[in-house]
Design a protein around this ligand. Sequence first.
Ligand code: KIV
Length: 264
Amino acid sequence: MKKKIKKILLKKNKKKLVCLTAYSKSIAKILDNYCDIVLVGDSMANVLYGHKNTHKINLDTIIQHTLSVKMGIKKSLLVVDMPKGTYNDEHIALKNAKLLIKKTRCDAIKLESNKKNYKIIKFLVKNNISVMGHVGYTPQFKKKFRIEGLSKIQVSKILKEAKLIENAGAFSIVLECLSPNAAKEITNKIKIPTIGIGSSSFCDGQILVTDDMLGISGFYPKFVKKYINLNRIIEKAVKKYSRDIKLRKFPSTSNFLNGFKYRK
Ligand code: KIV
């Protein structure tokens, strides 16, 4: 088993896993000091590209962003989302996952469950590809957002789904927008780490979309804790820059280039 994956598995029931998304080198470099897992999420479709959903982001775009993120990562596990339509069957999934890994040297891929694609996970794992699963609200397959696992029957259905993903060989699983009961039950009954988003503190780890927790995405549902209002800070800086130019305060003589070597 790959060393970085083993490290993640060993944290189950011991230490909470810290995970965030990144789409670029500059952010990845900061996250790398604090995160166990950095995910290049297909949420970039909404966050960066202004799409209504995640359905139209393609493999090339994901690869380009992963190449940038990879430059900022030294120690965290780099996981990349397989876009919708790139894992429709075992062979398509293997071809695309191999391409993604070959081009980006990422550590693992994530794919969303549609309650049918367990065989695809199994096939990828058999071919030495590390897979993270994803249950609950899975934006690639579900149109309407709703919290899942509110009844006993629902909890046992999601638990069954999570177990099938574990048995297929996934090394961890994202639980998105599940009730606390469901998150607790699944986390207690499966051996692989659960990574929650909007799924209470009962999970083995947590993930958020970085732009949401930094306050720059404009998307702040109840489960997102905004750690800073970066929008306001950036706006303040840009306003000052604009004023400085108009008042001829920038550039000042201290910004003039006399014998300065530009970075390569
Ligand atoms: O695409 C993404 O960012 C994700 C996380 C929200 C888990 O899948």
